[in-house]
Design a protein around this ligand. Sequence first.
Ligand code: HH2
Length: 335
Amino acid sequence: MSDLLRPLAQTHTPRPAEAQPLAGSAAVWWRDGLALGGQAVDASETPAAFSAPRVPVCGVPMDGPRIMGILNVTPDSFSDGGRHLALTDAVARARDMAAEAAFIDIGGESTRPGAREVPVDEEIARTAPVIRAIRAEGITTPISIDTRKAKVAEAALEAGADMVNDVTALRYDPDMARLVADRGVPVCLMHSVADPETMQQHARYSDVVAEVHAHLAERIEAALKAGVGEASIIVDPGIGFGKTLDHNLDLLRNLTTLHSFGLPVLLGASRKRFIGTLSGAEAADARMPGSLAVALHGAAQGVQILRVHDTAETRQALLVQQAIWHAGAGQDNDS
Ligand code: HH2
């Protein structure tokens, strides 16, 4: 059994004097934790990384939950595939998101289970013009490029993107680590096993929380060795990537273990299949309510970046959640 530590996140007031911020959060704190093996631990005896403030990402402060809006410019993404293929539709969606989200994540290759690989030139042709057009519109929201290929990432950065989101954590393309290191841009390292075509056949773990944690630790080491700065790394448990319903729920229940790295945590669960399995919502775009539940849970566990399709709805849910946490915010006579 793993001895990983799981801080028990709290958000209510009053906050005891001995409480520590969780992952630098202004609103989420912890005092007690549990080792996954079962024994209780207290915050004063644990590594400072659990509590220390996180470094801003692309200038966005990491002291509370921030929204990353998903903009897939693919014909086949599981949820928004085909909706933003025309440049004007993609830019219009980006304009809306700029008012609701701190980041926009643009992807030109679906990573849904069973998805086929897209040739580099095609992926560049889908993504770079959209990024250029968003910048030409004067939209300054930080853009992340969701790709596992260095050439696609490079073209996106040239076009005006600011960070790289690699669902293979720099494992797919041997040139990706060097690109990220040379450009000094933030990179999200996500846990995944195998490739999208075959990943669901690899959904086997003896302890998914410990194995995802160990894999991310190894990928952080590899990134640092390749010259990526520690301040540039974000970690992500990869919900739905080669995981069953129980694996996803176990990871969500134990999200605070990921704060041990002292790095921002990104959570991408929006509209994913496990929400449909739990609720019976067959169509991906009918899974917004369940997606909000996961986003609010992530925020309460100190997750810094919530990658979502429904940016306006998530923003509203977070605003209400944060107002409840912060005593004194809000009007007494509102109905
Ligand atoms: N999930 C998807 C794609 N990219 N990146 C990170 N960091 N974390 C995630 O959980 C994640 C991701 C899959 O969702 P989506 O982009 O909506 O669909 P598709 O891959 O079919 O385009």
